[in-house]
Write a protein that binds this ligand. Structure first.
Ligand SMILES: Cc1ncc(COP(=O)(O)O)c(C=O)c1O
Length: 434
């Protein structure tokens, strides 16, 4: 094998040439920090030695947290098997037990390798359990890129090249209980899949009144309720499961992203033994009719077990309090600014909604991309300016006017204050230009 240093020198261009030139070119054009060579004290370091704080939200405890790294290293240095041919994997068993106990409600777990395949598992579980065809989601949803998940995605570039989508899938207006009631009244809905806090849709928490209707109507009409907590769960929104605060626990809750401690891919579909038996309990063959070869691997389970240890109740409380303080301080700093609309926060899920300037030079058509004409440039422009201050911020996938920032949960208030200061200064500078 090449040395790690050789890979870090030449592998970025290999990615461009052999993986995806569009991702590489977009990152270069947007001047994202691409050549990141080190993970140090939870942040990343670029080739010039500059620190970069990653706000993407895949690293709940920072890059390569020593506790998770040590757990994985201890496992690799042991002689324990990673994969068990019977599929009866004790590491998956122990992780499932810990997830169920932590949830205070669920009793059965299915493991996958990505958020989208956890969504896929839930759709199949709900269809198999109810034998009903329809699957409902909400506008501006993001559930991942496999076919079932993409069929529940907000309509746009993620869906249109792939039509026809899964039959029976329908997107409902966000927060509209009447539309939900009408759709459920036909009695043919297997599942309603929602994000407790829409991430790519703009950091939008489901309103309380809608939540009450959602919990009541799904129960009344025998439709199963799935909480996609791939983004909001594992502490990101200040709770292990945000849906634990709902009037009724959903039939299924999904975790992924941060579950593997940022080191290993793993996702989990949490449900009850009763529902699992209703869907798959008929005979042994049914029990394996949805499975993935590598989803029961010990390495990922070890990383997830270590992550659960780090996710203490004290940390969750701090994330809730500090997230709200960030929202208030950010709003206070930017209120009245020409380029600012609002700040939203759920724990450490931050969304800063910006105002697109009218200036004719700052449209995507001016940069040579007429196809992106209806997209906001203000989010990407602000993100670019934040890269130069050491913050790797993003825009929401479905709305580029909203800056999406999800720091590691251990980032202290003084760092969050620095982020507000830098954001304010960069927006001031941009306002001078446009
Ligand atoms: C709410 C939600 N569900 C599902 C997914 C898909 O997860 P993955 O990219 O791991 O397939 C994402 C990814 O961002 C997400 O935010």
């Amino acid at each position: 094998m090449d040395s790690l240093q050789a890979i870090l020198r030449g592998g970025f261009e290999d990615f461009r040439d052999f993986v995806n030139p569009l991702i590489y070119n977009r990152a270069e054009l947007a001047r994202e920090p691409v050549r990141l060579l080190q993970a140090r004290d939870g942040h990343l370091v670029d080739e010039d030695g500059h620190p970069v704080e990653d706000l993407h939200g895949t690293q709940a405890f920072g890059h390569r947290h020593p506790y998770v790294t040590r757990a994985v290293r201890d496992f690799l240095e042991s002689d324990a098997p990673n994969w068990f041919p019977s599929r009866v994997n004790p590491f998956a068993g122990r992780l499932a037990r810990r997830l169920c106990e932590r949830s205070g409600h669920y009793s059965s777990v299915y493991f996958g390798c990505s958020g989208a395949d956890a969504v896929e598992a839930s759709l199949k579980l709900c269809r198999a359990a109810t034998r009903r065809p329809r699957l409902l989601c909400l506008e501006r949803a993001y559930h991942g890129c496999t076919f079932g998940a993409v069929s529940l995605m907000h309509r746009g570039p993620f869906t249109e090249p792939f039509r026809p989508l899964l039959p029976g899938a329908l997107c409902l207006p966000f927060g509209d209980a009447d539309a939900l009631s009408r759709a459920l009244s036909e009695g043919d809905v297997a599942a309603v899949v929602v994000e407790p806090v829409q991430g790519e849709g703009g950091v939008r928490t489901l309103p309380d009144g809608y939540l009450a209707a959602l919990c009541e109507l799904t129960a009344r009409h025998g439709a199963l309720l799935v909480a996609d907590e791939v983004q909001s769960g594992m502490g990101r929104s200040g709770y292990f499961l945000r849906s634990a605060t709902w009037p009724r626990r959903p039939d299924v809750a999904l975790l992924a992203k941060q579950l593997g401690g940022g080191l290993a891919p793993i996702s989990a579909m949490l449900t009850t033994r009763e529902l699992f038996a209703r869907a798959y309990g008929a005979d042994f063959e049914d029990g394996e009719s949805h499975n993935m070869t590598m989803s029961y691997n010990a390495l990922s389970c070890v990383a997830a077990l270590a992550s659960l240890d780090l996710l203490t109740e004290d940390l969750l409380g701090a994330v809730r309090d500090r997230g709200e303080a960030f929202r208030a301080r950010c709003h206070q700093r930017l209120q009245g600014h020409a380029l600012y609309r609002d700040t939203r926060a759920a724990g450490y899920m931050f969304g800063v909604e910006l105002r697109q300037p009218e200036h004719p030079w700052v449209g995507f058509d001016q940069f040579g991309w007429p196809d992106l004409e209806d997209r906001a440039t203000i989010g990407p422009l602000t993100a670019y300016r934040l890269y130069r201050r050491g913050w790797f911020a993003f825009v929401c996938g479905h709305d580029w006017s909203i800056l999406r920032m999800q720091p590691r949960l251990t980032l202290e208030p003084e760092h969050l204050d620095r982020l507000i200061t830098h954001l304010g200064e960069e927006l001031d500078a941009l306002a001078e230009l446009v």
